[in-house]
Unconditional design. Structure first.
Length: 95
């Protein structure tokens, strides 16, 4: 009985390995496993957080703008509103 179970498990593992190999070889096959697609949103949020931190560290945004962007990101907003660089001239105002 145990040899039957062991042989079935071995066949299942072998079938999975063959399936993965064929999926990687076929040109139209997806290169990323399904779980990686599920984690895509989290990765996008982490990339946005790193991007905003880089902008803050390089002086492109103010600390208040950084806090606003992080708050929006924490509340589920995926796209923040564009902001003006600190040293860029304002358009539309004539002093």
């Amino acid at each position: 009985m145990s040899t039957v179970i062991v042989s079935l498990l071995g066949m299942a593992i072998l079938a999975g390995a063959v399936h993965d190999t064929v999926r990687l070889i076929i040109p139209r096959g997806s290169r990323c496993p399904p779980l990686a697609r599920l984690c895509g949103r989290r990765s996008a949020q982490e990339a946005t957080e790193r991007w905003c931190t880089g902008l803050l560290l390089h002086g492109r945004i103010t600390p208040a703008d950084y806090r606003t962007r992080m708050s929006r990101l924490a509340h589920g907003e995926r796209h923040s509103s564009p902001t003006r660089h600190g040293n860029a001239p304002r358009q539309g105002r004539h002093d």
